[in-house]
Write a protein that binds this ligand. Structure first.
Ligand code: NAD
Length: 250
């Protein structure tokens, strides 16, 4: 089944982890992929892995927290004669973790929000500008269960992801009649390089909270993400989907 044949998808943070898993899923179902990431070497490795499996993908160096960078990424795609109909924002940073709020520096707090929340806003804003003329689009922002429930020891991350959920709720309503859906996914722990870099006690705290007593897999999240950005998901917008093995909260 080629659900995405003829469609162009931008996946930020697509060089590794959840973003790369989503790239693999979308490209395997016919999408043309653009990886937006700030780390060129990792992105080129990711593209080589896709090529080994017979798939094509392109790279554009973009820092999602920088408006000029995001704007020029979208212009680059338009200059290549393509129109994106799918945006997945998976770029993110964990920021301070394993420490309580009074020990968090303003600089670290703001930097975490700048990537996770401002980056989501910018990808949403420029994704909408590209999609509105065609009256079709699917925008998916990767939030986190931390944004719904709050993870102790991760105030900056939790606040930034709560902001992403608010962004989706507001914008989903604004564009509900324009053929563009705007949703988020809130995963619990999925073993990626991000999680490998966290304080072990913080990871234990997060995984102990999962009722299924295991982490989510890249396959599970990419399957859900692909459905959310597919034409089939036509009556779902402004929503944050659960991906938590039972840790779900509204
Ligand atoms: N892994 C988990 O357990 C988990 C759980 C909940 C939510 N998430 C969210 O899922 C998303 C992906 O996480 P992951 O675990 O795959 O992380 P990861 O660290 O494996 O990958 C993140 C990618 O984002 C890129 N990136 C970071 N800052 C960027 C920026 N400013 N501009 C462009 N690219 C940037 C990195 O280079 C990297 O390729 C993140 O938003 C994360 O917060 C992850």
């Amino acid at each position: 089944m080629k659900r995405f044949f003829g469609q162009t998808a931008i996946v930020t943070g697509g060089a590794q982890g959840i973003g790369f898993a989503i790239c693999k899923k979308l490209v395997s179902e016919g999408a043309k992929i653009w990886i937006f990431d700030r780390v060129e070497g990792l992105a080129q490795e990711a593209i080589s892995k896709l090529e080994e499996q017979g798939f094509l993908a392109s790279f554009c160096k973009v820092d999602v927290s920088d408006e000029d960078s995001v704007r020029s990424g979208f212009s680059h795609i338009a200059d290549a004669g393509e129109t994106c109909s799918i945006v997945v924002n998976s770029a993110g940073v964990v920021g301070p973790n394993g420490i309580k709020t009074e020990a968090v520096s303003l600089e670290d707090f703001e930097q975490t929000c700048r990537v996770n929340l401002t980056g989501s806003f910018l990808m949403l804003k420029y994704g909408l500008k590209a999609m509105l003329p065609q009256k079709y689009g699917r925008i998916l922002l990767i939030a986190s269960i931390a944004g719904k429930e709050g993870n102790a020891g991760m105030c900056s991350y939790s606040a930034s992801k709560a902001g992403v959920i608010g962004l989706v709720k507001a914008a989903g309503k604004e564009y509900a009649e324009d053929g563009i859906t705007i949703n988020a996914v809130a995963p619990a722990t999925i073993n990626t390089r991000m999680v490998a870099g966290m304080a072990p006690a913080q990871v234990k705290y997060m995984t102990d909270k999962i009722p299924m007593k295991r982490c989510g897999t890249l396959e599970e999240i990419s399957n859900l993400a692909a459905w959310i950005v597919s034409p089939e998901a036509s009556f779902n917008t402004g929503f944050t989907f659960d991906m938590t093995g039972g840790r779900a909260v509204f």
